[in-house]
Design a protein around this ligand. Sequence first.
Ligand SMILES: *C/C=C(C)/C=C/C=C(C)/C=C/C1=C(C)CCCC1(C)C
Length: 246
Amino acid sequence: MLLNIIEPIAPDNYVAFTFFTGYIAMLAASVFFFVERGSVSPKWKMSLLVSALITGIAAVHYYYMRDYNLATGDSPTFFRYVDWILTVPLMCVEFYLLTKLAGAKKSLLWKLILASTWMLICGYIGEAFNPGGASATTHSVTWGMLSTLGYLYILYNVWLGEVAQLAAKSNSDTIKKGVRYLGWFVLVGWSIYPIGYMCMDGGWLSSFMSPESVDVWYNIADAINKIGFGLVVYSIAISETKKELA
Ligand SMILES: *C/C=C(C)/C=C/C=C(C)/C=C/C1=C(C)CCCC1(C)C
């Protein structure tokens, strides 16, 4: 069944609601990016395919996470991180594909993937192995900080490091602007995730926000970042295709 309509979502269950909308939005975006591969020149088809894969992989995980959350009321932490460990490296691939046209080497891709894997493994340990009680805060803060190192590396690379330098060297204004936009997603869009993380039991925001809001933050962030990121790549591809045809 495509939509599980057996179990209704209670009107005040905003966690389940964002899982549901997230699922539909990812699915729709995925179809869009996949179909639009037909509107761009061959050299951009791979970028659009990667965008479609990112939202497609997320749609499958959201389908499952929505059911899981509705049935148990819990956070689907494991599947959340499985989704991220597949989709965040694909976002690194998007950066690589964009800067490859300006001479990026494979090593850049591996550095970004390594940093994002570090970021996510530390985040997973922080959430999944939270001991609760008196040591919850130390545990979540320690792993959150370690995770942040990976995040800061990616941020640095995209704004000042290799990605930024390659984009500056590229002879296309569209790519320069596009990489800048994606940089804003990493700076602003990705910073929503640590907010969600800090709502967990023992987290720095847990006295203001309930542990259930972890998923609301993550669901909002995923929609912005996965779909928004894809749309930026799409608009770069469309403008570059038009230029090639002109
Ligand atoms: C599609 C999924 C994306 C773009 C996920 C991104 C996730 C992050 C940027 C997570 C970052 C975290 C920190 C910087 C510290 C706390 C732990 C995390 C994993 C939530």
